[in-house]
Design a protein around this ligand. Structure first.
Ligand code: SMO
Length: 762
């Protein structure tokens, strides 16, 4: 049995996870450890008049209570902003200070105000309750349009009118002119709803400090130890990054949210240094709802111009987005650099322009969530094209195909300046429709059971694996064990399996001998990015490929010497070097034993993006009396360039679809518009999809190799979450189109659907 690339090798990490023997941050215990709790803002907007810590400090089980003043006195800095852009009018966006603990004002419900450190988790929580906050309420504003309106309450002095950033892409005047010249304009207003990220394992951090050498260690669930160290440490502590070691053990889900540096990670380090004892913090689910970064939350108006033959001539998008009550590290990335460049989707559109205003609002900070901007772009164009097809009386497939970029046009540079290297969009779309039995839908719709049925198509494309470096090292010990070191972090994706597969194939070594090590800034690797933007297989895989080749190059030198031939006369197969035509040979593991070990380093640089794309087809049945939607079929055909492991791949797609349908069908973070109090602060109030909300997913690939990386792959981690929302909403709108409904905003809860049906029926 071969376990090479392309094989459905079962995930080696799953035995550990499903038998409860994973080792997460919370499983780490340290002698003399202390427990931290965060005192959080009980209101969404207000002036801090006083923080009374006396009762909490008086407790015997409390070692310290810290506020922003203590941090300032110790010279502690603020959280970094990684993405800093200029306003369209010129001048840099404001960078209001993101202190670890609120100073002077609180700007969102749950914002950290004080840190309590005690001898037990319970004592820390109790003492946190005893910290008395004197806060003068200010009016709150939770939606970007309201925040940008005249007279809105001001969050930051540095950001007049609550404008975090005004950003444009393309020429808006040119787009207006092209729209004015169009035969027809199709317009759509839509909301991309604010949602929580809901990782299964909430955030956490353990801070350790060695006073003898001034060395810090942070144990925390992250999407990459190295990137967290580099972003967090110098900004906050003013010390070189080498003074901090970050260890990331098993992680239960990240989805972008754990790529971001958080106050708590710096606070436990601060407290560990002050108290010279380990300090641990574990978020509760309630805290996660309030203080994890959230996703999406934008409001767009889009206009698509068409000529008399249904060809797209222009696209103009105006978007209002929310930054929340603090600027997160990549807070402005999703609605600017990530989403808008992908606005044209898979279509030839000569003129594209986007205008984006990001507003400060009194709710949780916004940042990346699975897809980070590309789902918003795909949702917009795929809803718009579907609406256009309906208005033109064309089928959704025909209108798409007229406008789709063809393989002959590859590489294709979009009007937004993105270079698509490869893809066969029309054929993959037809494959998806065939797999979904699109033609048989008319008969399924005709069944007489009182349900309203609809079928929806969406064709997504996204950009993954943005340019950057990644390093890896492969070590073979003298006793024949192989260790693969890499900096990309699995938060459930199955890297331990795919990276082992790659290595087993290249080195011809049994997979049971190979382990993958990640999550430690002390690893012997030349560089590390981390796991974001579906980059792990492209970047990490690229680095491991180079490291494996470096091992083989060294081994082949040694083998040639031993077998007394030139390296060019050697053949390598199945872990053995041979001199063809003779019986002289030596195994790689024997060589490693003789040499006392072998190692190779890979230093990989990815220069361009990859462009996974595919067809999602969703079929729904709606009960008109209750507004309940049942997803009856869900079919996907994707182009991922090359499939490394179909089992791991389909797991990624399944999870992504579940998150995408979750957003489209039931998820929505709700804040009271007057007070900024959260109305959806638990899973009793916030709908997360469960297994019985979803059908079996029929998932397949029809690959066109990617030309921008040596493995020929296209990143797959986020794709499911990108195609699903437009496919689902297109299906529901199709079901309701006979009632004259041409758009509904997510989430399509039973109440919203029922109301729309009732209103349409009068
Ligand atoms: S949403 Mo991701 O970690 O780019």
């Amino acid at each position: 049995m071969k376990f090479g690339l392309g094989q459905p090798f079962r995930r080696v990490e799953d035995l550990r996870f499903i038998t409860g023997t994973g080792t997460y941050t919370d499983d780490h215990r340290y002698e003399g450890e202390l427990h931290a709790a965060i005192v959080r803002a009980p209101v969404a907007h207000g002036v801090i008049r006083g923080i009374d810590t006396e009762d909490a400090r008086a407790r015997e089980d409390v070692l310290a209570v810290y506020t922003a003043d203590d941090l300032a006195a110790d010279g502690i800095g603020s959280l970094p902003v990684v993405i800093v852009l200029d306003h369209a009018e010129g001048g840099q966006m404001p960078l209001p200070d993101h202190t670890l603990l609120a100073r002077g004002k609180v700007r969102y419900l749950g914002e950290p105000v004080a840190l309590v450190v005690a001898t037990s988790a319970l004592a820390a929580l109790e003492a946190a309750e005893q910290v008395m906050l004197d806060i003068e309420d200010l009016p709150a504003v939770v939606e970007p349009a309201a925040a940008l309106a005249d007279g809105a309450p001001q969050l930051f002095e540095e950001a007049p009118g609550n404008l975090a950033l005004h950003w444009t892409l393309g020429d808006l005047d040119e787009a207006d002119a092209a729209l004015a010249a169009a035969e027809r304009i199709v317009e759509l207003q839509l909301v991309n709803n604010r949602i929580v990220v809901a990782s299964m394992e909430p955030r956490n951090a353990i801070g350790l400090y060695d006073a003898a050498d001034g060395q810090f260690t942070l144990v925390s669930g992250t999407q990459g130890s190295h990137m967290l160290r580099d972003w967090l440490f110098e900004a906050v502590f003013g010390l070189p990054a080498a003074k901090l070691r970050v260890i990331t053990p098993d992680v239960g889900g990240g989805f972008g949210m754990k790529a971001v540096p958080y106050p708590e990670q710096a606070l436990v380090l601060y407290a560990a240094r002050k108290l010279e004892r380990p300090v641990r913090w574990q978020s509760s689910r309630a805290e996660a709802f309030l203080s994890d970064t959230q996703g999406r939350d934008n409001y767009s108006t889009a206009k698509l111009g068409l000529d008399g033959k249904g060809r797209f001539t222009a696209l103009k998008i105006e978007t209002l987005a929310s930054s929340g009550g603090a600027l997160s590290a990549f807070g402005v990335y999703c609605p600017t650099l990530s989403g808008p460049p992908m606005a044209p989707g898979v279509y030839r559109i000569p003129v594209v322009a986007t205008d984006v205003r990001i507003a400060y609002t009194n709710n949780a900070p916004m940042d990346a969530y699975r897809g980070a901007g590309r789902p918003e772009a795909a949702y917009l164009i795929e809803r718009l094209v579907d609406k256009a097809a309906r208005e033109l009386g064309m089928t959704p497939a025909v209108l798409r195909e007229i406008n789709m970029i063809t393989p002959q046009e590859m590489p294709h540079t979009t009007a937004t300046g993105v270079v698509y290297d490869s893809g066969d969009f029309a054929n993959v779309m037809h494959a998806g429709m065939k797999a979904a039995d699109w033609d048989g839908f008319a008969a399924r719709r005709a069944q007489d059971d009182g349900k309203l049925r609809g079928i929806g198509l969406a064709y997504y494309i996204e950009r993954t694996g943005v340019p950057g470096k990644e390093g890896a090292a492969v070590e073979i010990s003298a006793d024949g064990r192989v260790t693969v070191h890499v900096g990309t972090q699995s938060t459930g994706q199955g890297h331990e399996t795919t990276y082992v597969q790659m290595t087993a194939e290249t080195l011809g070594i049994d997979p049971s001998r190979i382990v993958v090590k990640t999550g430690d800034t002390d690893q012997p690797i030349p560089s590390a990015g981390g796991t974001v933007a579906s980059r792990s297989m492209v970047h990490g895989g690229g680095a491991i490929r180079l490291a494996n080749r470096a091992v083989l190059a060294k081994a082949s030198e040694a083998a040639a010497q031993m077998l007394e031939v030139d390296t060019r006369e050697l053949a390598f197969d199945d872990g053995v070097f041979r001199v063809p035509g003779t019986n002289r040979h030596v195994g790689l593991l024997d060589l490693a034993a003789k040499l006392g070990g072998l190692e190779g380093v890979g230093d990989f640089e990815q220069l361009a993006g990859t462009f996974p794309n595919g067809a999602h087809v969703c079929e729904v049945a709606i009960d008109p009396d209750t507004g309940m939607i049942k997803v009856e079929r869900y079919t996907v055909v994707d182009d991922f360039g090359r499939t490394l492991n179909p089992l791991v791949l389909s797991g990624q797609i399944h999870g992504g679809i579940a998150q995408g349908i979750g957003q489209a069908m039931m998820e929505r973070t709700v804040y009271d518009p007057e007070t900024g109090q959260m109305l959806s602060g638990s899973f009793m109030d916030y709908g997360l999809p469960r297994a019985d909300d979803l059908p079996f997913f029929d998932v397949a690939t029809q690959n066109t190799p990617c030309t921008t990386n040596p493995l020929g792959i296209k990143g797959a981690g986020e794709a499911g979450a990108i195609g699903a929302p437009p496919a689902f909403v297109n299906a529901v709108v199709d079901a309701l189109s006979s009632l004259g409904i041409d758009h509904l905003d997510m989430p399509l809860t039973p109440a919203r659907v029922w109301e729309a049906i009732s209103a349409a029926r009068g």
